[in-house]
Design a protein around this ligand. Structure first.
Ligand code: ATP
Ligand code: MG
Length: 478
């Protein structure tokens, strides 16, 4: 990969680099820009985080830089880690002294000592992350590349600088980082590095769920996330992290009837969705949408393979997965549950006649997430038969225009009936209980079925009539 001196000089222009160089010279400390920033500079990707290594005290350099930058700079020192961070405008600069690391087998916390630049580059995860550019005035722009990282950038390769078995065993998180960079950058994992991940996959057990999730989120947000999940599968990591997904793999045949491989279908859906949405939780919903299929799979001699109610099984599995993965158990879980539970509904609608009542019910249940649901359903069409695809998409178009029309007319999204449960109790002097529930759902159904408009007077009259049939009389007008 070409990275000529002029180009480096251009990229390292600007106040921040000038100040770091000036203070580094003052302290007489060899200082380098290192890691992800250099990698992204070569790849012409934008990055806001700058990593700085100096041979000496990173904290002292950070203090000097923050002092020089003045009021707009914000300094945080992490004494225990020997690191410091300077925030300046929208840039974050991490400072650390060059270090040497050695590991204990049961933890990913290394024993750290001061070291040379060479020591420091050796402990980095991949050759493409082990590049350094010197910024002291006299040596400005000098590239240090002991592991041929520049060549690997050109060849699109993820490779560890040292023996990959040691690199991954020392810090198993690096296995996920390898997959993440491959997915984010569209790179390939070097065969020896890949094989070492296969051998060390069990070591992932010592990594906290939060860190794993952090990497998975980066993988799922990458431009073509199937690359990452496919690699996770092939290395054997996926089985350890999300066995519910590997359970989707495989094709079974009975009486010469097969079904599609639900794992590769799922990855296609995820890639399709990645083209239309960057919403992290919608992407997770795409990955989980068919997760209930293995549990619902049946073979019927007349109709072949069926997966009845898989959306319901899938929805029920999510809470356990979210808990285990330390995903948020708040509205993000409920959003995923809703999308997984409803993902078959628009497809069914397009098969049948698209009635107003069915549309109202869908709008009522999906609420504000209706647009995301439609994106998921459109991504879910992976048939290779162009005629089928055309028909589905045309039907979805009809569903979308009906949704719009009904929403404008009836305002069903997030709708609340004009008379609620408490008011029903007052009206008929009822204690809380089944009768109130029955009247409430009768009102809701009547509105969704289009029997009465979503308006107070109509609901009042309807309640009088329905309650009258059950022998109730009004004791209080509301
Ligand atoms: P991004 O910022 O896009 O996540 P990055 O490569 O900059 O990617 P950081 O986590 O910011 O990743 O780390 C900065 C640098 O520190 C990396 O480029 C790499 O050299 C080194 N590094 C980070 N994590 C590890 C690790 N687990 N093992 C070894 N080196 C690491
Ligand atoms: Mg970074």
């Amino acid at each position: 990969m070409e990275l000529n001196f002029n180009e480096i000089q251009k990229k390292l222009q600007g106040k921040i680099f000038e100040v770091i160089a000036e203070e580094a010279d003052q302290l007489q400390a060899e200082t380098y820009i290192i890691g992800g920033y250099v990698r992204d500079m070569v790849l012409r990707r934008t990055s806001k985080d700058i990593d700085v290594v100096c041979v000496g005290s990173g904290i002292r350099l950070a203090q000097a830089v923050a002092g020089n930058l003045g009021k707009k700079a914000n300094l945080s020192v992490f004494k225990n880690f020997g690191t410091a961070q300077v925030k300046y405008k929208d840039t974050e600069i991490e400072f650390v002294g060059a270090r040497k690391e050695s590991y204990d087998r049961n933890s990913r916390k290394p024993i750290v000592e001061d070291g040379t630049l060479e020591d420091d580059l050796k402990r980095r995860d991949f050759t493409i992350n082990a590049l350094a550019i010197r910024i002291n005035k006299e040596h400005f722009g000098e590239l240090i590349d002991p592991f041929n990282g520049l060549q690997d950038l050109e060849d699109l390769l993820i490779r560890t600088p040292l023996d990959p078995d040691i690199t991954f065993s020392d810090d198993p998180l690096r296995m996920l980082r390898a997959v993440r960079f491959a997915s984010q950058l569209g790179f390939f994992i070097y065969p020896e590095t890949f094989e070492a991940i296969e051998r060390n996959k069990n070591r992932i057990e010592i990594i906290s769920k939060e860190r794993i999730t952090d990497e998975l989120n980066k993988i799922i947000l990458s431009p073509c996330p199937s690359v990452g999940f496919d690699l996770l599968d092939k290395t054997g990591l996926l089985e350890m992290i999300l066995p519910e997904l590997t359970a989707l793999k495989g094709v079974e045949t009975k009486e010469s009837v097969g079904h599609k491989d639900n794992f590769s279908h799922t990855l296609k859906v995820l890639d399709n969705l990645a083209r239309t949405s960057d919403n992290l939780w919608l992407r997770w919903a795409a990955l989980f949408h068919d997760i209930g299929k293995p549990r619902s799979k049946r073979f019927d001699p007349h109709t072949g393979w069926t997966f009845h109610a898989h959306e319901f099984f899938g929805m029920k599995m999510l809470k356990g997965i979210f808990q285990r993965m330390k995903f948020p158990l708040n509205e993000k879980l409920r959003y995923n549950e809703k999308l997984v539970a409803l993902h078959m509904r628009p497809i069914v609608l397009s098969d049948e006649e698209v009635t107003d009542s069915a549309i109202r019910r869908l709008l009522f249940e999906a609420g504000d997430d209706i647009d995301d649901l439609m994106l998921l359903c459109e991504a879910d069409i992976t048939s290779k038969n162009p005629e089928k695809v055309r028909r589905f998409l045309a039907n979805f178009k009809l569903v979308r225009s009906k949704l719009k029309e009904i929403e404008e007319k009836d305002k069903i999204r997030n709708f609340q009936p004009p008379i609620d449960g408490l008011q029903i109790m007052e009206m008929f002097d009822l204690p809380p209980g089944r009768m109130v529930g029955e009247l409430k759902s009768a009102v809701k159904d009547a509105i969704l079925d289009g029997l009465i408009p979503n308006e107070y007077d109509a609901v009042y009259d309807f309640l009088l009539k329905t309650a009258g049939e059950k022998g109730l009389v009004v004791v209080k007008r509301i």
